[in-house]
Design a protein around this ligand. Structure first.
Ligand code: HEM
Length: 519
């Protein structure tokens, strides 16, 4: 709107325009002319010509039914014809890159007046830059792809590559050497798991679960075995294109026969007669990014146990999409291997040592999922706090109902404990070698993931109760809650089902019991 069009319009003047065809309202000290829009209003005409709305201040009723972003859409923003003189708008639009002032909407380390033993000034600067990047570049893409189900655009991947975000998502390590991270904001040798946590948590804030996996979740779980166990030649061939966002990789472990039960894998790899190639046969299911991947990190049954093998998209390998309850932008696929030949040099780790390769990779994968889970729970807490504050029911804000406050109390306690535990585990990761992490943290991370996803499901259920029908509606006020509630089982299943993880942690603890432990 140009300054010529913004006029001061008194409340008395607005009140004169109170009927169909000549209909003005006030929302947050701004005057809107709905005369022509009223017939097209998705909520109907009747509500707008109600005497309590037409020509009146409709701020409370508006925010009880719409998200603020409605007024930011150009087609609605242009309905504004003026402001009420002497009054100030209170409701501010989201500022790119800014942290939220809503209590518990940010982890304590990002909240004013709190401090942290884990995050230093560099993490704080890194988070700020990352949030700006995600708010500006990723958020619009996330919303569009979650909706249309298409693959993330090359343009966005290129922008991420320019800042080395694909490489950083692999965590700290020698793969970062010589790279300019985030335009030089963090030195490769200073990059640690807290920096990586920041990237995962900013991604979770985008409120698009299928997209979060579609944005190369397959690389996060499929590439570490290549980086940690692949031969230098293999790494030279494969890694540069992946970090440049030009080629894609996924992890292909689970099968219709074997989900969390990795040892039950039936896909076979046998050596060719000359011993130079593997010949692979079998099927993999629920493979994130599989539909558009160029490489597959595959768990295969071999003569002497399980072996991890890197398989390029080649003759005999085919993929087809699986329809799941989240967006097809994730590229979830069914992968078939029909006499697929790959050189033996593509073996990751020792032959028969695949269990170790796969399990050690699971720690990082599960930890990354905990980062996302804790942060998306927090986004739900923020939505709920805003909603109960602005929504009036039975003449009072929802927050005045004790039963609602009790749900919020549980949600907040759950998310705070998940984040605090996560930060502790992350700190341990920063101080352990990859190998030590495998032996010392597998149980901790398994429990943490079990806890995060269990609490997330509780929070999803509570949030739907708080939002009512809007919590099961894909557009409008409750759209984030609907998405969260629909997709929450993904976190509880991918990377190991909850119960299996809990059991894994206890079994590991039992193995470590001192021989002389007695009551
Ligand atoms: C600037 C003024 C307004 C605009 C641009 C607007 C726009 C919209 C839009 C886009 C929707 C679809 C749902 C969504 O995306 O949130 C909607 C729904 C609705 N609107 Fe409005 N609206 C305005 C004012 C009002 C007012 C003053 C009322 C007063 C009662 C109202 C009542 C409703 C209702 C009842 C719905 C259906 C909500 C639901 O299904 O949950 N709107 N409006």
């Amino acid at each position: 709107m140009t300054s010529r069009e913004i006029k001061g319009i008194s409340r008395e003047e607005v009140a004169k325009h109170n009927k169909q065809g000549d209909l003005w309202i006030i929302v947050d000290a701004k005057v809107y002319d709905l005369s022509r829009f009223a017939d097209m209003h998705p909520g109907g005409l009747a509500v707008l010509i109600d005497p309590e709305v037409a020509g009146q201040d409709a701020t409370d009723v508006f925010y009880g039914l719409h998200r603020h972003e409605v007024l930011e859409k150009p087609q609605y923003a242009r309905l504004q014809i003026g402001v009420v003189p002497g009054e100030e708008s209170v409701i501010k639009s989201k500022v790119i890159g800014q942290t939220s002032d809503v209590p518990y909407a940010e982890p304590t380390w990002l909240s004013k007046g709190y401090s942290s033993p884990y995050f230093n000034d560099n993490h704080i600067a890194f988070q700020k830059a990352m949030r700006e990047f995600f708010d500006t570049i990723i958020y619009p893409e996330a919303q569009a792809r979650e909706e249309d189900g298409k693959r993330v655009s090359q343009e966005v991947l290129d922008k991420m590559a320019a800042l080395e975000i694909h490489a950083m998502r692999m965590g700290p390590g020698k793969h970062l050497k010589g790279r300019t991270l985030m335009g030089g904001l963090v030195k490769p040798e200073e990059f640690d798991y807290f920096h990586e946590l920041i990237i995962s948590q900013e991604l979770a804030r985008m409120g698009a679960r299928g997209f979060a996996d579609g944005l190369l979740g397959g690389t996060v779980i499929g590439l570490p075995p290549v980086l940690n166990f692949g031969s230098p030649e293999l790494q030279r061939k494969v890694v540069p294109d992946i970090f440049a966002g030009k080629k894609f990789i996924c992890l292909a472990i689970s099968e219709a026969h074997a989900g969390s039960d990795v040892a039950g894998i039936t896909t076979t790899a046998v050596k060719s007669e000359d011993g130079k190639d593997w010949i692979i046969n079998g099927e993999k299911k629920w493979i994130t990014n599989g539909h558009f991947a160029d490489y597959f990190t595959v768990g295969c049954k071999t003569e002497n146990g399980l072996t991890a093998i890197l398989v390029p998209r080649t003759e005999g390998l085919s993929t087809k999409p699986i329809k799941t309850s989240y967006s097809s932008t994730a590229g979830t696929a069914y992968v078939t291997f029909d006499n697929v030949r790959v050189p033996v040099g593509n073996t990751l780790g020792p032959e028969g040592g695949g269990i170790f390769v796969i399990l050690s990779n699971f720690n990082h994968e599960r930890w990354a999922m905990c980062c996302g889970s804790a942060r998306s729970q927090r986004a739900v807490v923020e939505e709920c706090l805003k909603w109960v504050n602005q929504r009036k029911a039975f003449g009072k804000p929802l927050s005045s109902q004790a039963v609602i406050r009790s749900k919020l109390a549980s949600m907040i306690a759950r998310v705070e404990s998940a984040q605090a535990w996560l930060e502790n585990v992350t700190y341990q990761m920063c101080n352990m070698s990859y190998k030590e992490q495998s032996s010392k943290l597998a149980g901790q991370i398994a429990f943490l993931k079990m806890y995060c996803t269990r609490t997330a499901q509780e929070t999803a259920k509570d949030a739907v109760q708080v939002f009512g029908g809007r919590g099961i509606t894909k557009t409008g006020m409750g759209r984030l809650i609907e998405m969260y509630h629909r997709t929450i089982p993904f976190d509880a299943l991918l990377g190991g089902a909850e119960d299996v993880l809990g059991d894994l942690g206890v079994r590991q603890a039992m193995r470590q019991m001192p021989k002389d432990a007695r009551l």
